[in-house]
Design a protein around this ligand. Sequence first.
Ligand code: ZN
Length: 236
Amino acid sequence: MPAEIGEVALVLFSGGQDSTTCLAWALTNYARVETIGFDYGQRHGVELTQRPIIREKLAGLDTDWRESLGEDHVIDLRVLGEISDTAMTRDVEITTNEKGLPSTFVPGRNIMFLTFAAAVAYRRDIKHIVGGMCETDFSGYPDCRDDTIKALQVALNLGMESRFVLETPLMWRDKAATWALADELGGHALVNIIIEHTHTCYLGERGERHEWGYGCGLCPACELRARGWREWRSAA
Ligand code: ZN
């Protein structure tokens, strides 16, 4: 929902396609925007090195965006990588477990991310926390569901005696609609930044440049991104 002028947002910004689109959305809708990222020992640690590059590129697109873009907070959550045994934090095959969850699911990840983001937002007196969670075209992650986020909003507000609003602009968009939203927010220039600089591939592969960006082209994250791209292009 569009915010009132003067409001501040904290964006969960990983350096991927979704969170970059969320950052552009927040820069369009809020007077001031800060970003937060997490180092949790992810195999695709390359996304962390892409973050400052993408922030700088977005600021270069629009003078209002440059003025709105505030501090970046990088939080060390490597303890999450130490306690979880997943294909995102260990060199194991991407499979599906007996609960139907992919082995790339990191239990507690989004819950921890949003909790730490709220702790930073509390300190910085920020009301709006923006995340790229999506229930429509998700990878089966239960912590991306709208109900999980809404329940967490209630828990955080009760537990911190606050009135945070967790904003999820991508919740009901599929990947094709996420590409379309980027185009709407920043045109070809933004779409090109997403193609060239954002990172989605689970394997951290940046060797081959496809029309939708860099990645192995085969892992579930690459497949989703590529499929969304093709659907958006064929509808355009
Ligand atoms: Zn990949």
